[in-house]
Write a protein that binds this ligand. Structure first.
Ligand code: ATP
Length: 270
């Protein structure tokens, strides 16, 4: 399949209001929004706009959401690709997909390219290569490096990439002029979890004024994605019970269910 192009007509724009917590990360990407909106202002004194930034953090913490919000705030198209799409791809396909993606983005510039799970293509070269089957991945990685180096300073395409394994990435990716900025996106603390609940409770009909502080304290270790899941699950539980609105108990039941799911996941891993 082709690289997905953000469709302004059918997608509602993601904005920073949709991203709860993550103050530090938001501040850093705000600068990227500025670069996209006002490139001339920043290059007028001879400075070069960064070409890429790496969003680093555990699964479900809002890396994709943040990248979409950057595109939404800057009002530029969002092109995305997932590293895992490249696993088991045929020879030559990965590199040409990357070339294609960059061409599309440059044609529509200013634009954001988002590469999720970049570790799937960006692992250090020459490792885990016992079978010699990693050539395709290396070709894809080399193409990505070539594309980033080939950008002029005024191309105005910024590449955001996400990973939860920055330690395994090929150092060549982090060199100056490539992903030379790292932005940390951590699991939310109790105050941030409260803010995430506030965002995801917006569309939900609740029966009482919910104590979000209480919900935040019930969910240590939950990611933003887990909290979104709790809110959705609570609404489904309430609907199943034919309630008119979602109660605190529905939320607690949903938390239990998600905790159960997380425990199972961890059991499989260990
Ligand atoms: P992965 O590494 O698994 O790809 P990710 O860090 O890219 O995860 P997202 O896909 O951005 O995580 O998050 C999934 C969903 O979880 C979001 O669409 C959103 O509904 C919710 N979510 C995650 N983090 C936040 C947050 N900080 N504020 C609000 N919602 C959040």
């Amino acid at each position: 399949s082709k690289a997905k192009l953000f469709d302004e007509k059918t997608d509602t724009r993601t904005s920073f209001k949709d991203v709860a917590g993550l103050e530090g990360a938001k501040e850093e990407v705000e600068e990227i929004v500025e670069f996209l909106k006002n490139p001339d202002k920043y290059t007028s004194l001879g400075g070069k706009i960064p070409k890429g930034a790496l969003l680093v953090g555990p699964p479900g913490t809002g890396k994709t959401l943040l990248a979409k919000a950057v595109a939404g705030e800057a009002k530029v198209p969002f092109f995305s690709l997932s590293g895992s799409d490249f696993v088991e791809m045929f020879v030559g396909v990965g590199a040409s997909r990357v070339r294609d993606l960059f061409k599309q983005a440059k044609d529509k510039a200013p634009a954001i390219i988002f590469i999720d799970e970049i570790d799937a293509i960006g692992r250090a070269r020459g490792k885990n290569n016992m079978t010699g089957s990693n050539d395709e991945r290396e070709n894809t990685l080399n193409q990505l490096l070539t594309e980033m180096d080939g950008f002029g300073t005024n191309t105005n395409v910024i590449v955001l990439a996400a990973t939860n394994r920055a330690d395994v990435l090929d150092k060549a990716l982090m060199r100056a002029g490539r992903f030379d900025r790292q932005i940390y996106v951590d699991l939310p603390d109790v105050r941030e979890r409260k803010e995430i609940f506030e965002v995801h409770l917006r569309p939900i009909k609740t029966a009482e004024t919910l104590d979000m502080e209480f919900l935040a304290r019930q969910t240590p270790g939950f990611s933003g994605a887990d909290i979104a899941n709790v809110c959705n699950e609570a609404a489904l539980i309430a609907a199943r019970k034919e309630r008119k609105a979602v109660t605190k108990q529905d939320f607690l039941d949903a938390v239990d269910r998600i905790v159960g799911g997380l425990e199972k996941k961890n059991k499989i891993i260990t």
